[in-house]
Design a protein around this ligand. Structure first.
Ligand SMILES: [Zn+2]
Length: 226
């Protein structure tokens, strides 16, 4: 620590992105990023809270996120699909550059997920997290663990392609009949459960891929019990 150093610079010098911090206490009192600690001060730094309401004490964010939603960097496409699988809003465009990603995340109050530490240092960014793992399934476990997302998991409610909300179709209903021609005969002969994306119109059914997806969901639910 050097004279005049802000608590934000001090935290980032320890390799913690400021966008992962939701509460700073100096000697038990909440301060903002510009505060300059003195030698002997006792500094407590807390991550983004999702399960504990700290609205009355934090000075860093206007409103903590209570239902986490995400924007993902271009190298995290698979993680975006897995977050959608669990029911979370996960915006992703494979042609986003860094500035577009940050702007979209800020405009929509999203947590920007990335493996690029430089991106998390951008001043404009309000909420972000560095993703440590390089394996998509482990990345999903990591995010659920760090943000304590377990109680908010709501599988098979979002489109894996675009992230839009899914609506279940009643088998045999008029709406079902209007999309029936899109269902392969081999599926139609046995499957009774279908859902439709309310944004892109993609049709989903519980096909052979479901075992893989079920396994991913079960892994998360099992971790919740640990
Ligand atoms: Zn969709």
């Amino acid at each position: 620590m050097y004279p005049g150093q802000s608590v934000k610079d001090l935290i980032e010098s320890l390799n913690v992105p400021h966008v992962e911090v939701d509460l700073i206490l100096i000697n038990g009192v909440s301060v903002d990023f510009s505060f300059q600690p003195a030698p002997g001060d006792y500094i407590s730094v807390y991550p983004v809270f999702e399960s504990l309401n700290i609205e009355n004490v934090t000075r860093l964010r206007p409103l903590p996120l209570r239902v986490p939603a995400f924007a993902l960097d271009v190298h995290l496409g698979k993680l975006a699909r897995y977050l959608r699988l669990l029911g979370f809003r996960a915006a992703y465009r494979k042609n986003w550059d860094d500035a577009e990603l940050v702007a979209y995340g800020v405009a929509n109050s999203l947590i920007v997920l990335t493996r690029d530490r430089g991106l998390l240092k951008r001043k404009l960014l309000k909420r972000g997290m560095f993703v440590f793992s390089t394996d998509p399934e482990e990345q999903l476990r990591e995010i659920c663990r760090r943000l304590d997302l377990y109680s908010m998991v709501n599988p098979y409610t979002r489109c894996l392609s675009c992230g839009g909300k899914l609506r279940d179709l009643v088998y045999g209903s008029g709406e079902f009949l209007s999309v029936q021609e899109r269902i392969p005969p081999g599926v139609l002969s046995w499957c009774r459960e279908y859902s439709l994306c309310t944004v892109c119109g993609k049709l989903f059914w519980k096909g052979s891929h479901i075992k893989h997806l079920d396994r991913i969901i079960r892994t998360i639910q099992d971790e919740c019990l640990l």
